[in-house]
Design a protein around this ligand. Structure first.
Ligand SMILES: Cc1cc2nc3c(=O)[nH]c(=O)nc-3n(C[C@H](O)[C@H](O)[C@H](O)COP(=O)(O)OP(=O)(O)OC[C@H]3O[C@@H](n4cnc5c(N)ncnc54)[C@H](O)[C@@H]3O)c2cc1C
Ligand code: SF4
Length: 506
């Protein structure tokens, strides 16, 4: 008899572990473990989503004939996988597991599990991704610079998505120039999808509110689906109501509108309830049947077969040293409003509200508001990476780390972008209505009520002159800085210094 261990983000019927085992003779083991639930203080909704989805998945497996030993939180004496393995492997000939999504745990699987289990541990490659680790390594090897755009073209060829022979459908690989519009209210917003809660959900919500009350966020507005059927409903809903305008408003932000036309699918894809290829094929089909335009469909597919696979490739290529990178030498702590949401900066308060209430923020909120601000402040990468890992329902190390450390903090020297995504308040003003509702003035930089992003932006540019003045994509910015009146530059830098002395006061 073999034991198959199924992790909390491995809730797929196509999981290699299941393909390897035999329903009649082998057993599956799933467990809600304190060490995994508490090693960072995951948002309460993230824990509720994962525990409930695990319990539903275990029930689905049983209904298809699998023998599943499920250990619910608090109903067993083990805290870690090692203590679990010491107990459940009696009489087993081997343990089978699929490669996990986190370097920390993968190390334990490879170096400690066998000792605890007392039998061989077979770790299988995770075939649920579209790009195998060795494919990425081959693609990356020998290249001076790794660029997502070129990787993405390879992935289009590899998957055949939106391809006509060897050419991209529509004659272009990328339609981003048609995207990036602010939302002015002309296009009606999509309806909200709500799910009925069953007994499993209710039990888990009660458990999380009791055991994890000290973790960030609330459960009041828990809207995530917790079964593969609900995840499929979320996909159908996205394709019908959101995809047609996904491209146009991908970068837009609006007060009180937390999702706009975004898919909200990342948690389902990341924990295995949706297959990324199935998601992309559904979007592609919407284009071929005339239900969604090419700029939207291409933009969406690029996020999944491009960015999602690219960050995973970077993670496994460069870990563990990657996590320690800090090329800009940042060391500031994260201001307290990242946990409380209480700040006078309206853009930040909106993103924090969404984060605390839903364990969600869309990409531009993460990248250009909360992330951008941490970059401009010069926050220690480790601190901001831990925050992103804690607060989002879709956060798993392999995807969170490169996005935060690389894309947001530019701490890796540029694998995720050829220049930092630093921006002043004018970007936020262009893409949102936030500044209209803010106590700060986005048009000025050195007054007592000036938008903090403005002076901090120029402080960032100024203090990192050595690193970036030679970057051709930043040449214009440094030219603008040189052309400014020295007194104006001094006033901005002084204002930034005052803000940096007490960022908690903002
Ligand atoms: C600082 C920071 C941290 C992030 N942390 C995570 C994380 O922990 N987990 C996570 O899944 N995504 C992360 N992202 C990427 C992205 O913000 C989320 O995938 C997206 O906001 C999820 O919402 P959605 O499903 O509505 O996405 P949509 O905007 O609808 O995009 C569609 C899908 O594309 C994929 N995707 C889009 N952008 C990325 C990206 N940069 N990297 C990987 N996949 C992407 C996701 O699967 C997403 O569901 C992070 C981005 C930033 C800037
Ligand atoms: S003025 Fe500045 S702080 Fe206020 S919402 Fe605009 S960008 Fe944010």
């Amino acid at each position: 008899m073999k034991i198959g261990i199924i992790l909390g983000d491995q809730l797929s019927h196509s999981l290699p572990t299941l393909a390897q085992l035999n329903k009649q003779t082998d057993r599956l083991v799933m467990a809600e473990l304190a060490d995994e639930a508490r090693y960072v203080k995951h948002h309460q909704q993230k824990l509720a989503l994962i525990f409930s989805a695990m319990r539903h998945f275990a029930a689905e497996l049983r209904s298809t004939g699998w023998q599943v030993d499920y250990h619910a939180f608090g109903e067993h004496g083990f805290h870690s996988f090692e203590s679990l393995l010491e107990t459940v492997c009696d009489g087993a000939e081997a343990v089978v597991v699929t490669h996990c999504g986190e370097y920390r745990l993968q190390q334990r699987i490879e170096h400690h599990w066998q000792k605890s289990a007392g039998v061989p541990v077979h770790c299988l490659e995770d075939s649920r991704f579209l790009c195998a680790a060795d494919f990425f390594q081959r693609w990356a090897s020998g290249k001076k610079q790794l660029r997502m755009e070129f990787f993405y073209r390879e992935m289009r060829r590899h998957t055949g998505l939106l391809m006509e022979g060897d050419e991209p459908v529509g004659g272009q690989w990328n339609f981003d120039s048609s995207n990036r519009q602010p939302y002015k209210g002309k296009t009606p917003l999509p309806p909200v999808l709500a799910f009925d809660r069953d007994e499993i959900d209710r039990d888990v919500l009660a458990l999380v509110s009791e055991e994890f009350a000290d973790h960030i966020g609330t459960l009041d507005d828990f809207q995530w689906g917790t079964t593969s059927a609900q995840a499929q409903q979320a996909l159908d809903h996205f394709i019908e109501h959101r995809l047609p305008h996904f491209g146009d408003y991908q970068d837009a932000m609006v007060t009180g509108e937390d999702t706009l036309f975004h898919s909200l699918l990342s948690p389902y894809i990341n924990i295995g309830l949706l297959d990324p290829m199935v998601v992309c094929q559904a979007a592609e089909q919407a284009y071929f049947s005339g239900d969604a335009p090419l700029n939207a469909v291409e933009g969406f597919i690029r996020q999944i077969i491009g960015w999602r696979e690219y960050v995973r490739g970077i993670y496994w290529l460069l870990m563990p040293d990657y996590a320690k990178e800090n090329r800009l030498g940042n060391d500031r702590p994260l201001p307290s409003y990242y946990w409380t949401g209480e700040t006078k900066m309206h853009c930040m308060a909106e993103c924090f509200r969404n984060t605390l209430d839903h364990a969600y923020a869309h990409h531009i909120q993460r990248l250009m508001v909360t992330g951008n601000f941490a970059l401009l402040l010069g926050v220690l990468p480790e601190a901001i990476c831990q925050w992103y890992l804690e607060v989002y329902a879709d956060a798993f190390d392999w995807v969170e780390l490169p996005n935060t450390l690389g894309m947001v903090m530019h701490a890796d020297g540029g694998y995720l972008g050829s220049k930092p995504y630093a921006a002043s308040g004018s970007y936020i003003n262009r893409m949102s209505d936030y500044c209209k509702h803010c106590q700060y003035n986005v048009k000025t930089a050195s007054e007592p009520d000036s938008c903090p992003f403005n002076s901090l932006y120029w402080h960032f540019v100024h203090r990192h002159r050595q690193q970036f003045a030679g970057n051709h994509r930043m040449r214009m910015i440094y030219r603008n800085l040189e052309r400014m009146e020295p007194a104006k530059v001094d006033a901005m830098l002084q204002r930034a210094e005052r803000l940096l002395a007490d960022p908690d006061a903002l």
